[in-house]
Design a protein around this ligand. Structure first.
Ligand code: NAD
Length: 494
């Protein structure tokens, strides 16, 4: 008699790929032949090689992108370009499962998340901007005093550099690439050195969709090499960057002599403010998401959780109980909820914060280290810490892992002051059933994004970005359009 077992493990349909640069429509090696290793975050073994770009490779990519500006891309009608951009989205949709698996393989994130967020969001970005570009108008003013008509004429800004992070690799790359292409620019992409795979597959798709050679170029490599060469290249007109605050400062410094346009989406230390009038179970469910989604590797994660004192104990108890239910392990096992962190360097960083919390006398309500039984892989337990002061580094610095701090507060004024006591200002979440207070607090907290009774809902037409050190400019709908187009006012005497 045979015993039937139902495995919860998804058998991958993809394998790790070696990644080359993509310049002028061809996959190529580095000029100097250099490569580096790609390491599997689950097995900690090398599973591929990646071409390591330098200034010479970036220059080849920029020259191809410059030529392509003068080629068919620059002469196409808006409708023709929109059709090609839509086609990229269509192919990505057809290859969704493959993309989701490759993203989980490269980042260590759970397949549930890459299926639900990374893979569907990439085609959506192309479809959204394919529609947007054919429906957007321009401003016009009739000057009756002088008998003139003024109207805005938009042209591409030229060759754009797109420098990308590892946490949502394809989702965030396409978020920049789609509007840049829609506006008629040509691009040089540098994916994160930690997650080069889905960007490489995207280059195949771009070619298949009919994007002319040279319009989209990609050079792999590290920040100080390929990244820095983008910052300094005189023929790159603008940089769309997503990453850490400190890297943004570096890019700004290196780009200053060539006065590039800059669009920055940077890090956050986002407050999650919970007032006592809420339904605690609903807020616990929302806070589990805002704390541990994607292993906490989300820029808008709510990592400083302020809870009004009358419900502090009950909230912590219920939040901890739900957190203990989260299963960490193999990202391809559907019985798990959380995968591995992206790389050793990041794992060590997150672990170092756990050590600091211990030294500062914090209480680990859940987690605090590696899950038991997982000897390999960059896994960290979902961790809730209480008992830390406002000056703790865990309350002030972005950890970017599954680690949150919960702090009590007594008054609205006190929590607003605490929320604003930071140089970062990406997002906040406010949980309350008092409608006036919700709006009052949302307007008082200094962030680019405020979620009331929800978290991370995204409408691509709305402005997205950070205040203070968390970013420069906004993206989404007209805001992306503003960045990726150059505006000329044409004044006609009637
Ligand atoms: P990172 O800044 O370390 O790296 C991002 C990219 O910049 C990589 O491609 C890297 O190689 C490159 N780079 C590094 N040094 C460079 C230099 N001197 N010149 C040019 N390029 C350079 O960021 P990361 O660790 O990959 O990503 C995580 C960070 O991104 C977190 O801070 C997170 O909050 C932030 N993020 C922000 C948003 C947002 O929308 N605001 C979204 C996702 C991630």
């Amino acid at each position: 008699m045979s015993v039937e077992t139902t495995s919860t493990i998804v058998e991958p349909i993809v394998k790790a790929i070696d990644c080359k640069h993509f310049i002028d429509g061809q996959f190529v090696d580095s000029v100097d032949g250099k490569t580096f290793n790609n390491v599997n975050p689950v097995t900690e073994e090398v599973y591929g090689t990646v071409a390591e770009g330098s200034a010479a490779d970036i220059d080849l990519a920029v020259q191809a992108a410059k030529r392509a500006l003068q080629g068919p891309w620059g002469k196409m009608s808006t409708q023709e370009r929109s059709n090609i951009i839509r086609k990229i989205g269509d192919i990505l949709l057809e290859r969704q499962e493959e993309i989701a698996q490759l993203e989980s393989l490269d980042t260590g994130k759970h397949l549930k998340f890459s299926r639900h967020v990374d893979a569907p969001r990439a085609p959506k970005n192309f479809h959204f901007f394919a529609d947007y570009m054919i429906s957007v108008g321009t401003e016009a003013y009739q000057d009756e005093t002088n008998g003139a008509l003024n109207y805005g004429y938009r042209r591409p800004i030229g060759v754009v550099g797109l420098i990308q992070p590892w946490n949502l690799p394809l989702f965030l790359l396409t978020w920049k690439l789609a509007p840049a292409l829609a506006a008629g620019n040509t691009v040089v992409i540098k994916p994160s050195e930690l997650t080069p795979m889905t960007a490489t597959v995207l280059m195949e798709i771009i070619k298949e969709a009919g994007v002319p050679d040279g319009v989209v170029n990609m050079v792999h490599g590290f920040g100080p090499g390929a990244g820095s060469a983008i910052n300094k290249h005189p023929d790159i007109a603008g940089i769309g960057f997503i990453g850490q605050v400190s890297t943004g400062a570096r890019i700004m410094q290196e780009a200053a002599p060539t006065l590039k346009k800059l669009s920055f989406e940077l890090g956050g230390k986002n407050p999650n403010i919970i007032f006592a009038d809420v339904d605690i179970d609903e807020v616990v469910a929302g806070t589990i998401k805002s704390s541990f989604t994607n292993q906490g590797e989300v820029c808008v994660s709510g990592t400083r959780i302020y809870v009004e004192r009358p419900i502090f104990d009950e909230f912590v108890e219920k939040f901890a109980a739900k957190t203990r239910e989260l299963k960490v392990g193999n990202p391809f096992d559907m019985a798990n909820d959380q995968g591995a962190l992206v790389a050793k360097v990041h794992y060590d960083k997150v672990m170092s914060y756990l050590k600091i919390a211990e030294e500062e006398g914090g209480t680990f309500v859940t987690g605090g280290g590696r899950p038991e039984g997982l000897d390999k892989g960059y896994y960290v337990q979902p961790t809730i810490i209480t008992g830390l002061g406002d000056d703790s580094r865990l309350v002030r610095e972005e950890i970017f892992g599954p680690v949150v701090v919960v702090l009590p507060f007594d008054t609205e004024e006190e929590v607003i002051a605490a929320a604003n006591d930071t140089r970062m200002g990406l997002s906040n979440t406010i949980w309350t059933n008092d409608i006036r207070r919700a709006h009052r607090v949302a307007q008082a907290v200094e962030s680019g994004l405020s979620y009331i009774n929800c978290w991370f809902l995204r409408d691509l037409r709305t402005p997205f970005g950070g205040t203070k050190d968390s970013g420069l400019g906004r993206v989404g709908g007209v805001h992306s359009w503003e960045f990726y187009t150059e505006l000329t006012n044409i004044c006609v005497k009637l």
